[in-house]
Design a protein. Structure first.
Lengths: 397, 265, 538
């Protein structure tokens, strides 16, 4: 029987498992001195308690499923999503780069799936693919999930790859689960690390969960193909090697259903008066001194291709309009880079920038609270630093 | 019209930290809450119910797989306006990954008797972040899926028009029911229940189905039916104090240019 | 030696607070300990000293009128914890610069910094960590307030309906007097006999004081010194607007978090229904209602506009047009059955006044409670934004918000007074606030300088009429500098002179927070100008 198992030799009855459990799935009971953890019927096998146990007394046991002829599956596949012109997206090259290393460790072939004409195959081979399967059928032009699912499933059933990787693009994040469901196999979303156990061939898929607060390493031991999606930008694309050779095969789309979703048009996102979607934010506070420095800050923002935000006092004194305001009474932001200029860092402001990946703060006051929230601290006259920065960025471009 | 809304109970907080003394993960999630994306999906369903023509009423069913205590969250959905609720709850469902969860939910949908015309899911759950359940469930039910829907433009005569995020921008698409949509969190804000709603929900039954009730094949449920396994969990390391960028203003600016360049800017 | 900075442009922010008035000063300091506070007092003598913290006050209490500014924000340590042997309650000792939002977070997460605590405090902390969750009940809207400032003005908040103002929850204070003497006061240890209070400073100096003789109204009140027969000395310092001494430590009594907290927003189609509902629901709900808050039709309209106009407010729930008044009730109960009973009672009370229990929002989850909180806080925030916008066209315009309370049986009367006089004066307004305590913040929204002047006149008139109803001119914001004329109206010149005399016993050179409660000249003992000795005494 599979389930949660407590090793009574190791358990010290500390109760950490009980606190870690979100659903009263484990209790600690017994007389003083011999208190032991015991799983209850409410356990959902989420393994929170396994992680929380300081003495490794808890484990999730499972029956080993009859491994279905795993040896008959071989080779790594990368699904290469294309843009409207038929060119593979950058993430396809990033995946081929990493998959090449994994395939080498396994001593197997690397195949690229290209839903476009064969003339797009050469760069994929230069990036590391041994083989490209192309399909230029017009029914693939509309990114219809059901059509793509059928195509990939037909190929995979016939050719039996051990693993398929997808870019975690909007489309990839819908396509990969649809394929996983059809093939009744495992899928790990948004991996940030991929490794392989060369012997057993198990793909070690590491991904963030709980909003990035926890990392989990996941394997798919008894089902093939193993499948993962990877966010764009996680791996770097390899330098192309034009001397590499590989085969290119045109494959038929086969028997696929008619598309059931009709596109009526696509609006490309316009720059709007909102900060929430910006990857780069320059946020200014009253420390920039006066309204006449706003154009300088806007210029810096433009050079960085970002948007300009500010603190509440900047709006109150009328230097910028309200939609620029970041913080508890403005908007909360989660850019990749936030450059904070002349912001002291009131609690209300800090509450709105908690989602930023990297915060660079420029401020004259070494004790400004903004530095506690920053990854990089630049102590100095913010106007002077920004002028120098602008000059250098201009020179660069 | 029948609308099925799939919901998940998630921990109230997704905060995780490391206990420095024991080197174990402390996940003090507090009590379970309705996954915020699913809350938005429920509001979309309730708004359709409000707007429904008198001759064609909308019936909203909420479905979840979870522990018995999840019934409370489902009852709260009824207080806000859902008509009934189904809870798949059984030891056999424990330890399910997305594939096994999808299987169980597809059985729950079948238990509605009449197949749903529209299935709504949150785009993802805040604890797992996989965004896989919607597309997998659409596959299991054999209906088309549109993911990350930002706006429901129209629904008339069984044809649905929605706007959703794609890699190229926001696309407007049309499809016929039955269909499954996963919704973005901002699509709608779930209403609060009224006093009358709270009172009505107190007596509303939540249909609890065991694996056997749902007619499940135990090999496809829970841990046994899950191809993936978590072999290790850990808290990612974070840098502590801020790194100083020293020098004159010019020197600092030069370092910032390098730093920004390293981040692709 | 601690830095005393000249008050240059870099420190301009410290000349203002949330009242949006701007003062002047020559120098500023940021002490980090009681010793530094005393050092600064000595080094800046005999210059006036204005005390401040987060500057979130609405009565300009922290705005300097010349001299030195002593900002206590960097005195923000947690000093210790003890458990009361009789009540079993926890008492947490903090410095004045601790921020309320941070205190709440630390209590909720049970992460109190205890690095330099003694054995006894650490033992209490161990008990705290195992005890049911604790909270501090005083909840002003602005959670970035600091505890010192909250004690200085005897802050309140929505939950003051059940828990009263801050005063009741302060169990001890350490106070540095202008003379440099230190008073360490613990509740129950120093009490007046009648109106006579004897205190002994740490160095042995004793003070024998005659307390003012007025009788405070039996309503929610933050107007002037708290005085009563046989009163506790701690109570005198809480709510004294920083005029008597500098609080360098205060001890907060914590309470266990209630088992069930539900928020209920009840909507009405007209204001009189909302008033009748409040009167009907108060006795039925009894101690289960922690808060009774009101939002009038104009406030709801501003919210509707704000929701569509600004992305930051797009998360506000939709308020149907037919809703013209809202009463928010926060229920605190021992269990859900009790809470359900209370919901029924609210539904019945709504029915009795001709409203419908379907027009309610019941918040039972954190997400919904947060949504309701956002809704409630968005009202003052939106009005501030509106005023800021108007001020750009005319800088004389600032916020004009009333803060008066009356006894229970005068609720209809006082609202009728507000409505009638606002209509007569042709002023725009929005009202919200603590209707359970018959305490509304009526905000005049001036369109121009003439409106502003008319609004100020109206407030003076209200001060007199509210006093006549047996009410208080400042129920929670404190008097500061903005409302000292109203205090005069409320108590009359003789009693103001008594307060000033009491202040001089602690602060003979009249250095601390000049201009708070009474003008500096009055504090120095000059007679109150007859022109101000207004009505109000009837």
């Amino acid at each position: 029987m599979s389930g949660l198992v407590v090793d009574s030799e190791r358990c010290i009855g500390c109760g950490r498992c009980v606190r870690a459990c979100g659903c009263t799935g484990i209790v600690v009971e017994g007389p003083r001195g011999r208190r032991l953890a015991r799983p209850t019927d409410a356990c959902i096998l989420c393994a929170s308690c396994v992680d929380a146990c300081p003495v490794d007394a808890i484990s999730v046991e499972r029956e080993e499923a009859g491994a279905a002829d795993l040896a008959s599956y071989s080779g790594y596949w990368v699904f290469c999503q294309t843009d409207a012109s038929g060119a593979p997206l950058p993430v396809a090259f990033e995946l081929i780069g990493r998959a090449r290393e994994l395939a080498d460790a396994r001593g197997c072939r690397l195949t690229a799936l290209l839903p476009a004409a064969a003339n797009g195959a050469a760069p994929l081979i230069a990036a590391g693919a041994d083989e490209v399967l192309c399909c230029a059928d017009p029914r693939l032009a509309d990114d219809d999930v059901e059509v793509f699912t059928s195509w990939i499933c037909h190929l995979a059933e016939e050719r039996r790859p051990e693993a398929i990787l997808y870019g975690a693009t909007v489309f990839g994040r819908v396509l990969a689960p649809a394929v996983a469901q059809r093939l009744q196999t495992g899928l790990t979303a948004d991996c940030t690390v991929l490794d392989v156990d060369a012997q057993a061939g198990l793909l070690q898929q590491t991904r963030p969960a709980f909003g990035g607060n926890l990392m989990a390493t996941i394997v798919c031991p008894a089902h093939r193909p193993q499948m993962a999606t990877v966010r764009p930008g996680v791996f770097s694309a390899p330098a192309p090697d034009a001397s590499r050779t590989g085969s290119v095969e045109e494959v038929a789309l086969g028997d696929v259903p008619d598309a059931r979703v009709r596109s009526l048009g696509v609006e490309t996102a316009a720059a709007q008066d909102t900060l929430t979607d910006a990857d780069v934010l320059v946020v200014v506070g009253r420390g920039i001194g006066s309204k006449k420095n706003i154009p300088l800050m806007q210029h810096l923002t433009d050079l960085l291709g970002g948007k300009l935000g500010c603190t509440r006092p900047v709006v109150e004194t009328g230097w910028l309009e309200y939609w620029h305001q970041v913080g508890q009474t403005g908007v909360s932001v989660a850019p990749k880079v936030l450059l904070s200029v002349g912001v002291s860092g009131a609690v209300q402001h800090l509450a709105g920038i908690g989602g930023a990946e990297t915060v660079i703060a420029i401020n004259e006051d070494p004790s400004a609270p903004i530095f506690n929230a920053a990854h990089y601290r630049v102590e100095g006259d913010c106007i002077e630093v920004v002028r120098e920065l602008v000059a250098r960025l201009e020179a660069r471009s | 019209m029948r609308i099925l809304v799939c919901v998940k109970a998630v921990p109230g907080s997704t905060e995780v930290k490391m206990d420095p003394k024991t080197n174990t993960i402390v996940r003090d999630g507090g009590s379970a809450v309705l996954n915020p994306f699913d809350a938005s999906a429920l509001e979309v369903a309730l708004a359709l119910k409000d707007a429904a023509a008198a001759g064609d009423p909308v019936r909203v069913t909420v479905l979840s797989m979870g522990i018995p205590a999840t019934a409370k969250i489902l009852r709260d959905c009824i207080a806000r306006g859902a008509d009934d609720a189904i809870l798949l709850s059984d030891r056999a469902f424990a330890g399910a990954d997305t594939l096994a969860t999808t299987y169980a939910l597809s059985l729950g949908a079948a238990a509605m008797g009449e197949a749903p015309d529209l299935v709504l899911c949150g785009k993802m759950a805040v604890d797992g972040d996989t965004a896989q359940i919607g597309p997998e469930l659409a596959g299991a039910l054999g209906i088309p899926c549109v993911a990350d829907v930002a706006e429901l433009v129209s629904l008339a005569d069984g044809a649905l028009t929605v706007r959703h995020a794609t890699d190229a921008g926001v696309a407007t698409v049309e499809l016929a029911l039955p269909a499954l949509l996963t919704v973005a969190k901002d699509i709608a804000q779930l209403r609060m229940p009224s006093i009358a709603g709270v009172r009505a929900a107190e007596d509303a039954p939540v249909r609890v189905l065991s694996a056997a009730d749902a007619g499940a094949d135990s090999a496809r449920c829970g841990l046994a039916g899950s191809p993936t396994q978590v072999v290790r969990s850990f808290v990612p390391e974070r840098s502590g104090a801020a790194e100083r960028v020293e020098g004159t203003a010019a020197g600092q600016a030069a370092k910032l240019v390098d730093l920004l360049g390293g981040m692709g800017l | 030696m601690i830095d005393i900075h000249p008050l240059t442009a870099d420190f301009e922010d410290y000349l203002r607070d949330e009242s949006r008035t701007v003062g002047s000063a020559q120098s500023i300091s940021f002490p980090e300990s009681e010793a530094e506070v005393r050092e600064i007092l000595a080094r800046t003598a005999p210059s006036p000293v204005t005390l401040q913290g987060a500057r979130t006050g609405l009565a300009a209490g922290a705005v300097p009128e010349g001299g030195h500014v002593m900002n206590l924000s960097r005195m923000n340590r947690y000093r210790g914890l003890h458990v009361d042997g009789e009540t079993g309650r926890f008492h947490l000792c903090v410095e004045p610069g601790v921020i309320l939002s941070e205190l709440r977070k630390r209590l909720a997460k049970r992460e109190i910094p205890a690095a330099d605590w003694d054995e006894a405090s650490l033992a209490a902390l161990a008990r705290f960590e195992q005890a049911p969750a604790q909270f501090f009940p005083t909840d002003p809207t602005e959670a970035s307030a600091e505890l010192g400032g909250m004690a200085a003005c005897n802050a309140s908040g929505a939950r003051s309906y059940r828990y009263g103002a801050m005063r009741a929850h302060v169990s001890a204070v350490r106070v540095v007097l202008a003379t440099g003497d230190v008073l360490a006061l613990r509740r129950g240890e120093a009490r007046a006999r009648g109106r006579r209070l004897d205190l002994t400073c740490e160095d042995g100096r004793s003070l024998s004081l005659d307390l003012p003789t007025y009788v405070m109204p039996a309503v929610k009140n933050a107007s002037g010194y708290y005085v009563a027969d046989d009163m506790d000395a701690v109570d005198l310092f809480v709510g004294s607007d920083g005029t008597l001494g500098i609080i360098t430590e205060l001890e907060l009594e914590l309470l266990p978090v209630p088992a069930v907290t539900w928020g209920v927003s009840c909507f009405f189609e007209d204001e009189s229904q909302a008033l009748d509902f409040t009167i009907a629901a108060r006795p039925v709900l009894g101690g289960r209602a922690a808060a009774f808050e009101y939002f009038d039709g104009a406030a709801l309209s501003i919210l509707r506009r704000q929701k569509s106009a600004s992305a930051a407010f797009s998360g506000l729930p939709q308020v149907p047009e037919r809703y013209r008044a809202c009463v928010f009730v926060e229920l605190e109960c021992d269990d859900e059955d009790q809470a359900l009973e209370s919901l029924d009672a609210i539904g019945r009370a709504m029915g009795e006044v001709g409203a419908d229990e379907r027009d309610t929002w019941v918040a039972r989850t954190d997400v919904d409670r947060e949504c309701q909180r956002f809704f409630r806080h968005a009202v003052p925030e939106s009005v501030n934004m509106l005023i800021d916008e108007r001020r750009r066209t005319d800088p004389v315009i600032t916020k004009l918000g009333s803060d008066m309370s009356v006894p229970d049986d005068r609720l209809h009367d006082v609202v009728a007074l507000y409505r009638r006089t606002l209509a007569e004066a042709g002023l725009e307004s929005a009202a919200w606030g603590h209707i359970g305590n018959n305490h509304l913040h009526v905000n005049v929204l001036p369109r121009d300088a003439a409106d502003y002047a008319a609004g100020k006149e109206l407030f003076k008139r209200w001060a007199a009429e509210v006093t006549a109803m047996g009410g208080a001119v400042s129920a929670e914001h404190g008097v500061g500098k903005m409302k000292r004329d109203f205090l005069l109206t409320m108590y009359g010149p003789e009693h103001i002179a008594e307060m000033a005399r009491l202040k001089r016993r602690f602060d003979p050179e009249v250095r601390l927070n000049r201009g708070n409660l009474f003008a500096a000249s009055e504090a120095e003992g000059q007679p109150v100008p007859a022109a101000f000795a207004a009505k109000g005494d009837e």
